[in-house]
Every structure is written in C-alpha cells, then in structure tokens.
Design a protein around this ligand. Structure first.
Ligand SMILES: [Mg+2]
Length: 380
C-alpha cells in the first residue's frame, strides 16, 4: 500500500464573539484537513491547527511529493524522512541525494505542523487497512474517556461573573471538569473570577486554570497562593513562553497546585525535559499542532514511565484514541464547553461527547467522516 497523493483542505469560520485569552483574541475556528490517498484506494484524513494556513499547506504539498510512493503503513519511515530534512546531512546543502537542502529554521512550526497532519492521516489509513479503530490497534479498550470543558474566555465589557455563568452551564450540561482562562486581568480581578466560578460550579467539579503564559515566576507564585483556597486542579501554561523546565521547577516547589504544559512544543525532546524535571504533572502535547500522532505516542510512553499524566490539547475526537491506549497515564482530553462552529459542522461522523466523556466508536481508523459539503462552504 503506497502513498499516491496528499491534498490539503483548509476551512475557517469566524466566531460571533472573539474568544479572548491572556495572549490574544481568537477570531475564527480554523482547520487544515490533510487527505492522503493510497494506490489501492484507502484514504486517510489528518488535521492541523496552525498558521499561517497557506504556508502550512505549501509544506504539506512539498512533503507530499517527497513521500509519494512510500509505504503508507510505514509511518515511522515517513516521519523520520521528513523530520530529517530539518537538520543538516552530508551533502544536503547541495541536495545531492535528491532531497531538499536543510529546511529553513524560521519555518519550523509550520514544518512540524505539516509533518503532523500527514502522520495523523497515515494512522487513519493504518486503522482502516487493519479494519480497527486506532485505539484498538494500540491495545486500548472502548471505555469512556474523560473530557473537560474549556471556556470562560474574556469578553470586552462583560461582568466579572460572565465566566462563572458560562462554566456553570457546562456543568449543567454534564461536564465534571471545567477550565477557566485567566492571566489577562489584574490578579485581583482574575482571582474574583476564579472565586465566582468555584461558587457557581460547586465543590465537586474539577476547576482547571489556563494562564496562557501570563506570568514570571514571582507573580505566578503570588497568583497561585491567592487561588489555592479555591481547590484548583492545575495551572496551565503558567509562565512566560521563554521560561524553561528549571523555572517550572521553581514554581512547582512554591505551590501545591500541579502544573500542566507543553501544548505548544514542537517535538518530544523539549517535552521530555519538562516531564523529567518533575515540575510538569500534566502534559498537553497537541499532535494536530506539531509532529503528529506518532510523536504523541512517544510522549505518552515516557509520561507513563514518569508518572506524568497526558491531557492532550483539543481535537478530542482524535486524542481520545491516545488516552484510550494509555488508560493508566491519561487524565482527560480537552473539549470546548461551547463547541466551535467548525467542529460542530465539519464531521458527518465522529466520536460523541456525553456526560463529560468521549465515547469512541468501533469504526476503523480515527472513526471520523468529513462532511465535505460543509468544508466546501467554509473553504479558505
Ligand atoms: Mg491552553
């Protein structure tokens, strides 16, 4: 079974109200679907969440030419060939082996995103070829996978308790764990949002806080101490983007609240250092942002050995397969309390979320079918 062609389909739908974090307003839900066709008619679908969309699609197209004709079931060989292009090799600068020269450093995020989308499609193909869902290929069982609801984004001019009302509605809809965005206001106002949210969701709901990289160490320690009374399950992306495992260790030593991190890491190698430092207790690597399902598997394998729990960022319909394959090492997948319009419409079939859990199906591969008419209406 050989890779015959690779195509991308990008779609985007603007939010009615931007979803604002401490770092940025998100104005639209966007996805790049990666369609890999094999020479014997099996098609697999991967997906990428990244930007700029055009640049990522161009990398997928270039990589499609490079891996065409390779074994579609040989995901490691495909991954390694593409990843190897990111570093020097003998004679590589002149392209003597027929492959491109070492790829530009500045494009690494887009390159790793493109590798990831192709890799996910190959896992979909592998499942379809075997007639098994991906989690079964990996030895997992079909048990509900815990999902938490992300929400409580900032809204300009909204009262401080708007986040509490919203996340209480997620609890009313069945969620047992919710995540609130913080870090974008003064500590005083954010702590008030946390207090109001805890009051609204009750004491039995897990409350996670996402800081989107809002603090240096001292301010983060101060923030953590102030929210400790509200029984916080984790602090996510607590520190400035440039701070490293040693900084996370200092923070972890100063607060009993566990830390979650790594949704923006490009490879397993930096994730490894966050995990082995002992500071990060939940690892959020996102295979749809960078490096794919293969890299997620490598990270989950190490997490299991280190007692770190996996909690993949977004794409619950895909990442639930990973959690099902690592039942003892996984906490939950992320979902949106208010589903985004793209996720709600783009599938003709996917795993459903009910009662705070993803319920996987027995359909082969990732068990998804795309509604191509819907994608056509929102193409970019
Ligand atoms: Mg996050």
């Amino acid at each position: 079974m050989k890779i015959a062609s690779i195509k991308t389909h990008a779609a985007s739908i603007p939010f009615e109200v931007p979803r604002v974090t401490a770092h940025e307003p998100m104005r639209a839900a966007s996805v790049i679907l990666v369609e890999v066709q094999t020479d014997d008619g099996v098609a697999g679908c991967g997906q990428i969440h990244g930007a700029p969309i055009k640049e990522i699609c161009e990398w997928v197209a270039r990589f499609g030419e490079i891996v065409r004709g390779m074994d579609a079931l040989g995901h490691l060989e495909v991954w390694e060939r593409l990843f190897s292009l990111t570093s020097p090799r003998p004679g590589g600068t002149w392209g003597r082996d027929g492959l491109p020269p070492p790829l530009p450093r500045a494009a690494r995020p887009q390159i790793m995103a493109a590798i990831g989308g192709i890799d996910i499609a190959l896992w979909d193909i592998k499942g379809k070829a075997a007639g098994l869902p991906v989690y079964r290929l990996l030895g997992g069982a079909n048990r509900p996978v815990l999902a938490y609801a992300t929400g409580g984004y900032y809204r300009d001019g909204a009262p401080l308790d708007a986040c509490a009302v919203e996340l209480a509605s997620s609890v009313a809809a069945g969620y047992r764990a919710v995540k609130l965005k913080v870090g974008g206001q003064t500590i005083k106002d954010d702590v008030e949002r946390v207090r109001l949210t805890r009051e609204a969701i009750g004491k039995d709901t897990l409350l996670l806080l996402d800081l989107t990289g809002a603090y240096g160490i001292d301010d983060c320690i101060a923030f953590a101490r102030t929210v400790e009374p509200y029984d916080i399950y984790w602090l996510e992306e607590p520190l400035y983007w440039y701070l490293q495992p040693a900084d996370f260790q200092r923070l972890a030593a100063a607060t009993p609240i566990p830390l979650a991190h790594c949704e923006r890491e490009l490879t397993r190698f930096t994730v490894r250092d966050f995990m082995t430092s002992g500071a990060v207790r939940f690892v959020q690597f996102d295979s749809t942002r960078h490096a794919g399902f293969t890299e997620s598997l490598r990270i989950a394998t190490l997490a299991e050995q280190l007692g770190v729990r996996i909690a993949p960022h977004q794409a619950p319909e895909l990442h639930a397969h990973l959690c099902a394959a690592f039942p003892n090492a996984s906490f939950a997948v992320e979902s949106n309390g208010i589903p985004d319009p793209l996720w709600s419409g783009m599938y003709a079939r996917r795993a459903q979320i009910r009662n705070s859990c993803v319920h996987l199906e027995e359909a082969p591969g990732f068990g998804i079918e795309i509604d191509w008419n819907f994608i056509d209406r929102h193409r970019v």
